[in-house]
Design a protein around this ligand. Structure first.
Ligand code: DP6
Length: 328
């Protein structure tokens, strides 16, 4: 990393959804995941973030979608960047999502990835992609993956300092085009956010040790299926990891139930479509939205079917997105 003069910078990072899920932390302070994960980056959902470090202001300010939000969690993150750059300046951060914030569409992933890139550049740091991934991870675990486009693997790492807990690309977006249909079943922010849902899991779920122990095999199976471009195995592993995650969530004290009636109806609709011959598989994160994964040529048909499910309010269709990048 090398220092350069300070001027504001704007970055775009795309949201991602995990095929093999991350849930649980081996170190809460450094936000080190207990398990690795594999995701796809989405071109249709992204965050643009502009950061400027200024000498004349006495506190950080953060606007999301034109509204001022509590800057405290972002100050903690910006402090990491100020420490590396050797600067004291406070920052003005402005961020826009092109999709609803905090409703299970991974705004923290694209948000922290865009913030990491824009803030490093604005602080005059020449940070490489691996370092950006580790920084973004400290904002949100899934954000480490949004530094990269296409298909991405996040490594759990073993080191206590987190130097081996970063994401890496497996395939670029053009190497194996995939489609995603997002079915929105609730526009409101989720009730229990991921960080709260994962806190103290070892004590709160009897299934947690089994979840962590099996993860390396699930990741290896997914890596192999991706390398072979074996969509049916990728899809089957994706549904398995999703259902296992939600089994873990349901087993937590108190139980975490993120699904509503439309979530379940959309899951059945995806399976019925598959039984009728269209290769499509679902996944669901810490929220009620259903994401259906299929070949790009099937997204139109999948979107029509899930849009007709009672309780589905809206659908978004996406392909695979690019690396996080600077806009100016
Ligand atoms: C269910 O990355 O939002 O979406 O690290 O606490 O910010 P924090 O959690 P976050 O959790 C994502 C959980 C998930 C699965 C996944 O994206 O792998």
């Amino acid at each position: 990393m090398s220092a350069a003069p300070l001027s504001p910078a704007t970055a775009r990072a795309h949201s991602n959804i995990a095929l093999i899920k991350y849930w649980g932390k081996r170190d809460a302070a450094l936000n080190l995941p207990a398990v690795g994960s594999i995701s796809i980056t989405l071109d249709a959902l992204y965050t643009d973030t502009r950061v400027g470090f200024h000498a004349g202001i006495d506190r950080d300010s953060v606007d999301i979608g034109g509204r001022k939000v509590d800057a405290a969690p972002f100050t903690r993150f910006l402090d990491l960047i100020r420490a590396r750059a050797g600067i004291e300046h406070r920052a003005r951060v402005e961020s826009w999502n092109n999709f609803p914030t905090g409703a299970g569409l991974a705004s923290s992933a694209s948000g922290y990835a865009a913030l990491a890139l824009a803030a490093c550049r604005a602080a005059g740091l020449d940070t490489n992609a691996r370092e950006l991934s580790m920084l973004a991870r400290q904002g949100s675990g899934s954000a480490a993956r949004s530094i990269f486009g296409g298909l991405v693997e996040m490594h759990r790492g073993e080191s206590a300092s987190g130097e081996d807990a970063y994401a890496e690309p497996l395939l670029g977006p053009a190497d194996w085009p995939l489609g995603v249909v997002v079915a929105i079943t609730d526009r409101n922010a989720k009730r229990v956010n991921s960080t709260a849902g994962m806190t103290g899991l070892a004590e709160r779920s009897d299934y947690y040790d089994a979840w962590v122990a099996r993860a390396p095999r699930d990741l290896a199976d997914m890596r192999n299926a991706i390398a072979a471009r074996d969509f049916e195995t990728v899809g089957a592993l994706t549904e398995m990891s999703c259902l296992k995650l939600h089994g873990l969530m349901l087993s937590t004290r108190p139980g975490l139930l993120y699904w509503n009636a439309a979530t379940v109806a959309a899951m059945h609709a995806v399976r019925e479509l598959r039984e009728a011959g269209t290769p499509v598989y679902f996944t669901i994160d810490a929220g009620p939205q259903v994401k259906a994964i299929c070949a790009p040529e099937h997204t139109g048909e999948v979107a029509r079917v899930v849009a007709n499910v009672p309780g589905v309010l809206d659908t978004r269709v996406s392909g695979l997105g690019p690396d996080a990048h600077l806009l100016d």
